[in-house]
Design a protein around this ligand. Structure first.
Ligand code: AMP
Length: 282
């Protein structure tokens, strides 16, 4: 395997010195790579001369009772995927090499964008994401960075940080890659049994109901969300955390669908937390 792997910002910077005159595409991940990540890498590959993937299970974005310790780590397999997808180099920092300490400078996104959706149950999560993503942007200094639409709140917040802080990077949102059942691919799907995975397909099925109703002209948020809730209820094992219709950019709840908006869901199956969303009203 001849894929270069760097663990310190200095090593990566030395490698990138002779690549900086041409475009650099960057895909930040937490590893346990799957076809969803590969979608981002493929897009970066087509749009840039050099593609850098980072793998870092960011402790700042996990709450005290979350799955930091059991989060899947499979670097060898990740290397194989990156190599075959044509990644040029991997950045795999440690908490020491990028100086993650309690005294770290933090990036705080607008509270209104963090307080709803996943932010309700994941206190501090988006501040942790924002802090690490900003750090990685400053280390890699990419021309473009690729993020999945599956994590829509993260994508909207990253776009906002980049805009507010004048970070010179173009943020590229990439469509959600799904299993044949419709289940959004996620590193956490590994926690699910085969039965759990098939039950989890209800999430996307229910989102499609909202899309269908919106296509038929329904604009009332309550009605749109009611069909989603009705479909979700067909799988009682799914424990709903939230179901909301929000503005794509501000992430604030909306009552009437007058422009494209996001139906977002989070919930648990077999105690595994899953999220998904769909844009309706296009
Ligand atoms: P993660 O490793 O889970 O932090 O994800 C790294 C990046 O991959 C994020 O921008 C995610 O939104 C994106 N991603 C994860 N799963 C998918 C998927 N199924 N389709 C598209 N992008 C994804």
């Amino acid at each position: 395997m001849n894929l270069p792997i760097f663990t310190t910002p200095g090593e990566l910077d030395r490698y990138l010195q002779c690549h900086r005159s041409r475009s650099i595409g960057f895909v930040p991940t937490m590893g346990a790579l799957h076809l969803g990540h590969q979608g981002l890498i493929d897009r970066a590959r087509t749009e840039n001369n050099t593609v850098i993937v980072s793998i870092f299970v960011n402790p700042l974005q996990f709450g005290a009772n979350e799955d930091l310790d059991r989060y899947p780590r499979q670097l060898e397999l990740d290397l194989v995927l990156c190599q075959s997808a044509g990644v040029d180099a991997l950045f795999v920092p440690t908490t020491e090499s990028i100086e993650i300490a309690d005294t770290l400078t933090q990036v705080i996104p607008p509270p209104a964008m963090m307080s709803g959706l996943c932010g309700c149950s994941r206190i501090g999560h988006f501040q942790g994401v924002a802090t690490i993503v900003t750090k990685l942007f400053n280390i890699v200094r990419p021309d473009r960075a690729y993020f999945g639409e599956k994590d829509a709140q993260q994508l909207a917040i990253v776009r906002r940080i980049v805009r507010d802080l004048y970070i010179p990077v173009e943020i590229v949102g990439c469509p959600t890659i799904r299993a044949d059942s419709g289940l959004a691919l996620s590193s956490r799907n590994q926690y699910l049994s085969p039965l759990g995975r098939s039950q989890a397909a209800v999430i996307y099925r229910s989102l499609q109901q909202a899309q269908l109703l919106a296509q038929q002209g329904e604009q009332n948020a309550r009605s749109l969300l009611a069909v989603v809730a009705h479909e979700l209820a067909t799988v009682p094992e799914f424990q709903l955390e939230y179901l909301e219709l929000v503005d794509l950019d501000t992430l604030q709840s909306i009552d009437t669908l007058s422009q494209p908006a996001l139906v977002a869901i989070a919930g648990r199956i077999e105690n595994t937390r899953l999220i998904d969303n769909i844009v309706i009203g296009k």
